[in-house]
Structure formats: structure tokens, C-alpha cells
Design a protein around this ligand. Structure first.
Ligand code: MSP
Length: 526
């Protein structure tokens, strides 16, 4: 398709030696839902996720396990790949920052930045000294305000490790010279950061003045070498952020992939990493002479029963376990329905069970079950032949059809909860229609009317199921299977009655329940 619209969406790349938790699952599921939605809407989508594999922590963890860093990351990066399959994520690529393609991209990116001049005419990258409070035990720097004082007056890191003032050579990015260009860029791109409150934070930060950014380290070796100085490796952020263009074949900016997908349509990130994506990343890109992404959306964080998730509190929610206990559709639905996307949320299994039972099982599942069972029992298991439509019939059909446009608008705002509310209005309208039309009474009094009502209901169900595909793929596919919809017809372009409506007389498979009722497991434990 020559003029097919493209859509490039990314998750952050996950720290490879972290254990995947529900926060990682959240970012990934949100991106996946958006990617699926855009594909169903006819876009050519590229959806990228992957793992962030360099740095001192990884080097240390590998040493502690007695293996080479590369062997270590090869092993642990699998946990994130496994997570993508558990969550049925439809990513088109999985990038690892230790891949050859990535070090090549990073080094070229670095070279371009250092060849170009900053807006004040000076070099973008220069060799200086990085200094700070360093804890040898943690192999990490801390800022002054994180420190406490020990009994003997010794300064201590939050971990309790003693710190000392250390200086090491480091390459710096002249971020201070990019302040005006960044402000100009924000003015020209009023939708660059969403939600708006986050954009205000970003603007305030930049307007407050920028300090140059340390880009390299000499205290560890597990990273991409700096071109021309093998004593230094790249410090996390330039290495991590570049992944978004590595996956498009950068430095080959003439490649089909780069030309089709850069600039990215959306970097979806958590609110904690917004500064990197909204300040450093556009500055690096401008410095390298590349285009800037169209949008960065920052979502909120999940707590568990009001507390931050942490290993020490033992309240980390494991997505694999969650899916095993409650089912994938239920988890995907809950995470995107429970909180306004962008706001923080509080996780509890009882809230998940309540939503899954009240909405998926009782409202949508029950609608499907009632309609399909009545067709099975009263229409010889075939899509019935409708008579003339009444006002109520047309009203429901039109509402179901019009939902698509409203969903599109909400998805473009990344308002997943709103999309689900829009679809739910139709689900509720359809349930109300069943009660009002009472096809079980019509069976005895007016067969033509019963057929019409069941046709309208199954046609509405078809539209609802297509709209639900991005959110609850398994259940939505199951409903479409039961309506005998071919794969080619599972598309937004087929949502209208005229384009893809059910054909009377089509034989339908035996109906089966779609969403089972859940029981709460381990009550009181989140
Ligand atoms: N490696 C960096 C990202 C580099 S992108 C160029 C990183 N990785 S991370 O694994 O720590 O976090 C990845 C994502 O998970 C972030 O978007 C972060 O916001 C998200 N979450 C981590 N904990 C979370 C919650 N408790 N709740 C919701 N999302 C959270 O940062």
C-alpha cells in the first residue's frame, strides 16, 4: 500500500538484571494495545521493546555469578522475552543493547554529535572531570542530599556504605548550550510531552538552566567504547536512548525502515524517566542533526495497597504469576481500565477480580453467552434473517458503529480507560436492549421480530468484539470465532454493517463461555 500510514511506538528498554514486575508489564501492555489498535486501523506499525544491558550493576552481577558479562546478559535477558510471550505482546523487534548493530549505531551517533557544533559554536562533546560522592562498596555515585552522617562523622550513602569525594575523567555533552533550542522546540511542538502537567515540569526544568551531562565512565568496562578513546565507555543514557534508532537501521538513514518510521510517533515511558526522554534525547538528536520524536507520553506508577513495590517489602507483583492465577485478558483489562492513563494506580487483586467478574464476565461475557445460546437454540445455530429494523434496532447499531470514531479519538490521547468506557456504553446498551426486547417472549409471539432482535444483537457483538481485540485478544477472538468471522474480516475497516456485517444463514459453532468467573486467591495479600 503506497500511502499506508505508519506508526512507530516504543517501550523503554528494561534493565536486564531486574526481575520483571507489574510496572514493566504495564508499559508493555499499554504499547501493545496501542500497536494492535493501529494495526487494526490499517497502519503499518513498528513496535519495539527490548533490554538495557550495559553498566556497572550488570558487570558486578555477572562477576558475582562468576560468569562473563555477555554470558550473564544472554541468560537474564530471556526473562523479558518470556514476559513478552506470557503477555502475548506483538512487538516487531526485540532489541538488546549488547548487540553488534547497537554498538555500531551508538558510536556513529556519538561521532556525529561530536563533529557538529553546539548552538554557541563550541564542541558538543568535550573531555572534563566528573566528580561526586562515590561509594566503593556500591560502586555508585550519590548526590550530597542523599547522604547521611555516621556516628564518627563519616558521610554515608543511603545503603550505609561510606562515601568519598572522587574525580574521574569523563566526556561531557554541552547540554547547557542547548537550553534555548530546547525551549524553541517545545514551543514549536506543543504536543511533544503528554500529559500536559508533565510537559510543564519539563519546561520548568529546562528554563531553570541546564548543566552539562556526563556521558562516559572509566571506572567500569561493560559498555560501548567511546570512539577514539578505549579507556572510556558510554554512560547509560546515550547508550540506552540510541536503541530507538538502532532498531531502524541507523546509521543507515536511507534504509526503508528509518525512512518509514523515524521520527517515532510515540515513546511511551514511565514518569520517572521523562527528563531523559524529553530533555536529553531531543538535545542529542538535534546535536546529531536528526529529527526529534513526535511525542513522549509518561504514564503513572503502580503501588501495591498504597506502598511502593519493593523487594524488601516483599510486595512485588510478578506478572507471570498474576497471569497464571487470573488470566491474561483479565490482567490486561484491569491494568488499562482501573486508572486513568497518566495517573498513578494502586494494585490489589480484589479490585482486579471485581472488575474481571463485574465487567468482563457479567456484562460482556454474559451478553455473548445469552445471544449466542439463543441463536443456537432458536435459529438452528445460524445467523438469523432480520425483518425490518425499528428505531431501537437502528439506535443500537448506530451506537456500536459510531463507537469506533470515539475510540480512535480516545486512543490518540492514550486514554485507554476512556476507550473501554466508550465500548462499555455499547455493551450496556446491548444488555439493556436484550431485556427490553425480550427475545425469549418473541419466540412464542413473533418469530420474525425475534430473528431481527437476535441479528441486531449478534451484529453489535461482532462490532464490540472487534473493538475489544487490542485489549483482550483471547476473549475477543473467541467471540469472533463463535460468530464465524474470518481473519480477514477482523479489522476496523470491516466494522460497519455494510462493509463486514454478519451474513444471514451462516452456520455458527457451538457457543462456549468466554470469560470465566474468577475467585480471589490469597485475600489480603494485595
Ligand atoms: N532502562 C531504563 C530505560 C531506558 S529507555 C531508553 C529503565 N528501565 S526500567 O526497567 O527500570 O524501567 C522500565 C519502565 O518500567 C519505565 O517506564 C518505568 O517507569 C516502568 N516502571 C517501573 N516500575 C514501575 C511501577 N511501579 N509502576 C509503573 N511503571 C513502572 O528505566
Amino acid at each position: 500500500m503506497a500511502d499506508q500510514k505508519s506508526f512507530y511506538i516504543t517501550t523503554p528498554i528494561y534493565y536486564v538484571n531486574d526481575k520483571p514486575h507489574v510496572g514493566h508489564a504495564y508499559t508493555t501492555i499499554a504499547c501493545d494495545t496501542l500497536a494492535r489498535f493501529k494495526r487494526l486501523d490499517g497502519f503499518q506499525v513498528k513496535f519495539l521493546t527490548g533490554t538495557d544491558e550495559h553498566g556497572q550493576k550488570v558487570e558486578k552481577a555477572a562477576a558475582e555469578s562468576g560468569v562473563k558479562p555477555q554470558d550473564y546478559v544472554d541468560q537474564v535477558s530471556q526473562t523479558f522475552r518470556d514476559l513478552t510471550s506470557t503477555l502475548q505482546i506483538t512487538n516487531d523487534d526485540f532489541i538488546r543493547t549488547t548487540e553488534e548493530r547497537h554498538s555500531k549505531a551508538c558510536q556513529t551517533f556519538w561521532t556525529r554529535i561530536s563533529e557538529n557544533r553546539a548552538p554557541n559554536g563550541e564542541n558538543n562533546i568535550y573531555l572534563g572531570k566528573y566528580s561526586g560522592w562515590y561509594a566503593v562498596r556500591d560502586e555508585a555515585y550519590y548526590s550530597e542530599n542523599e547522604l547521611t552522617e555516621g556516628p564518627t562523622g563519616q558521610k554515608l550513602a543511603p545503603t550505609g556504605a561510606p562515601v568519598e569525594w572522587v574525580e574521574e575523567p569523563s566526556y561531557f555533552f554541552r547540554l547547557s548550550a542547548w537550553q534555548e533550542k530546547l525551549i524553541e522546540f517545545y514551543e514549536d511542538n506543543p504536543n511533544f510531552v503528554k500529559p500536559n502537567t508533565r510537559f510543564n515540569e519539563v519546561r520548568r526544568f529546562v528554563e531553570g538552566g541546564l548543566q552539562d551531562l556526563s556521558l562516559s565512565r572509566t571506572t567500569f568496562a561493560w559498555g560501548v567504547e567511546i570512539p577514539g578513546n578505549a579507556d572510556h565507555v558510554m554512560y547509560v543514557w546515550i547508550d540506552a536512548l540510541t536503541n530507538y534508532i538502532t532498531a531502524l537501521d541507523y546509521p543507515d538513514t536511507k534504509s526503508a525502515s528509518y525512512k518509514t518510521f523515524w521520527p517515532a510517533d510515540l515513546h511511551l515511558v514511565g514518569k520517572d524517566i521523562i527528563r531523559f526522554h524529553c530533555v536529553y534525547w531531543p538535545a542529542f538528536l538535534m546535536a546529531a542533526g536528526l529529527k526529534t520524536p513526535k511525542e513522549v507520553f509518561a504514564h503513572g506508577w503502580w503501588t501495591v495497597e498504597g506502598q511502593k513495590m519493593s523487594k524488601s517489602l516483599g510486595n512485588v507483583i510478578d506478572p507471570e504469576e498474576l497471569v497464571q492465577t487470573y488470566g491474561l485478558d483479565q490482567v490486561r483489562y484491569f491494568l488499562l481500565r482501573e486508572v486513568k492513563f497518566g495517573a498513578d494506580g494502586d494494585f490489589s487483586s480484589s479490585a482486579l477480580v471485581q472488575r474481571a467478574n463485574g465487567e468482563l464476565a457479567n456484562e460482556l461475557g454474559n451478553l455473548a453467552q445469552r445471544v449466542l445460546a439463543m441463536i443456537g437454540n432458536n435459529c438452528d445455530g445460524r445467523v438469523p434473517e432480520p425483518g425490518e429494523f425499528t428505531e431501537d434496532d437502528s439506535k443500537l447499531l448506530i451506537a456500536a458503529e459510531a463507537a469506533l470514531d470515539s475510540c480512535r479519538q480516545a486512543i490518540d490521547k492514550k486514554a485507554f480507560h476512556e476507550v473501554l468506557e466508550i465500548i462499555w456504553k455499547v455493551v450496556r446498551a446491548a444488555n439493556g436492549y436484550v431485556d427490553k426486547q425480550a427475545p425469549w417472549v418473541l419466540r412464542k409471539t413473533n418469530l420474525i421480530r425475534m430473528n431481527t432482535v437476535l441479528f441486531i444483537l449478534s451484529e453489535s457483538l461482532r462490532k464490540i468484539a472487534i473493538l475489544m481485540l487490542p485489549f483482550v485478544p483471547t476473549g475477543a477472538e473467541k467471540i469472533l470465532d463463535q460468530l464465524a468471522i474470518s481473519d480477514a474480516d477482523r479489522h476496523f475497516a470491516k466494522i460497519s454493517l455494510a462493509a463486514g456485517g454478519l451474513k444471514s444463514g451462516t452456520a455458527l459453532p457451538k457457543p462456549e463461555p468466554v470469560f470465566n468467573k474468577l475467585k480471589l486467591v490469597g485475600e489480603g495479600k494485595g
